[in-house]
Ligand binder design. Structure first.
Ligand code: ZN
Length: 79
């Protein structure tokens, strides 16, 4: 399955985290309540719905996505 980056965003617990877990069943997102390993450590249960996509980004996950993408992060981004 084509993916532009080696991670996905996953809204969970009031923040948008990032995960390298594949989407289940070849889907385009993690279904509600999917247990997902996140880059900041541990697991969260995915939350679907329009509002959750507006939650703030988890700062440690964001820093890891820069590492995974091979992009040097702005100074303001750190784990
Ligand atoms: Zn996170």
């Amino acid at each position: 399955m084509w993916s532009p980056h080696p991670f996905h965003w996953v809204p969970a617990g009031g923040l948008r985290h990032a995960s390298t877990d594949p989407h289940p069943n070849g889907g385009l997102a993690y279904p509600d309540n999917t247990e997902v390993g996140v880059l900041c450590g541990g697991t969260h249960r995915a939350h679907s719905g329009d509002e959750s996509w507006l939650w703030p980004v988890c700062a440690p996950c964001r820093a890891h996505t820069y590492e995974l993408s091979g992009i040097i992060p702005p100074v303001a981004v750190s784990a």
